[in-house]
Design a protein around this ligand. Sequence first.
Ligand SMILES: NC(=O)c1ccc[n+]([C@@H]2O[C@H](COP(=O)([O-])OP(=O)(O)OC[C@H]3O[C@@H](n4cnc5c(N)ncnc54)[C@H](OP(=O)(O)O)[C@@H]3O)[C@@H](O)[C@H]2O)c1
Length: 345
Amino acid sequence: MYKIGIAGATGYTGVELLRILSRHPNVEIKTLTSETYKGKRIDEVFPTLRNFASQELVSLDSSVGEGLDILFLALPHTTAMDEAPKFLKGDCRIVDLSADYRLRNASTFEEWYAVPHTQRELLKSVVYGLPELHREAIKSASLVANPGCYPTSAILALAPLMEEGWIDLDSVIVDSKSGVSGAGRKPSQGTQYCEVNEGVSAYGAARHRHTPEIEQEISGLAGRKLQITFTPHLMPMTRGILSSAYGRLTKEITLEKLVSYYKDYYEGEPFVRILPTGQLANTSYVSGSNFCDIGLQIDLRNKRVIVTSAIDNLIKGASGQAVQNMNIMLGLDEKAGLDFAPSFP
Ligand SMILES: NC(=O)c1ccc[n+]([C@@H]2O[C@H](COP(=O)([O-])OP(=O)(O)OC[C@H]3O[C@@H](n4cnc5c(N)ncnc54)[C@H](OP(=O)(O)O)[C@@H]3O)[C@@H](O)[C@H]2O)c1
């Protein structure tokens, strides 16, 4: 059994990690950290975990990584940045769910996050943990930067189009909608019930921090620097992300050919489901699972391709993908612990 720790076990992604890992056949959860609840048992803090996990929460100090094979960092960004190097000293490898190591270029990080990157040297060896694009590199990585939730949905939607030459790569627009759990458990005015219920709001247009992450990965596929227009929206729902991506067609293709091309591109991928011709993505059909559903349409009148993708932000957008990365790093079945259908309704 591999020994696992979760730093930040009491946040939304930490608890989701614990829910998934408590049923994983190849791991044993050794260490869970929380500053607010240290000394309490995790099932006292989260009654949903009764009969599944009962470890005592401990403070995050440098002994936490001892004897671990994998430590998940489910901490706020900028906190994870300086914690990660402390635990890379022994055999312990890290999957970091924060944004701190996702951007390969430290200056780009500093531009978008407005804080200095204190671990520039370490950045050079980090692997961006989107298995569909970087599976080989993830296998031997010591530090995997788990992708953001919006980027996971947007990059998986766009990746096949980056290499085929069917769209004008400078015309891409991504419009995404997220459930409120995307903002984490820490209370804030903008995520209170009365602020989000019965309303939909756009935010961060043209300046959301996930923009350079999407651009980094699609640029890598296209072989040149690309920029996109990205607008996220907050939806009155708990979980889920729906992204709609648009690009101007430069060639005439049929919808059938586009769907068939996407199916070939993601052939063998255990967690990407290309929907039948004419069907579009729906967050309800992936909720509680590690799937990303992709549905396609062609707007013939305006010569645009429309790609819709749906994920559960806490699973394929965070903790499920982190476990998928762990499975790859440890040489386990990639589906271990994750092979379950979405919950519906
Ligand atoms: N929510 C999502 O859908 C999502 C998706 C992808 C990525 N992410 C990223 O994943 C990370 C965790 O997100 P989350 O939504 O789980 O956040 P969260 O619900 O706010 O949880 C944060 C966790 O970090 C701990 N923590 C906070 N400050 C700390 C500090 N200074 N030292 C040690 N522990 C500290 C908290 O523990 P205590 O308060 O108990 O001490 C809590 O367990 C973030 O970087 C986020 O951007 C989130």
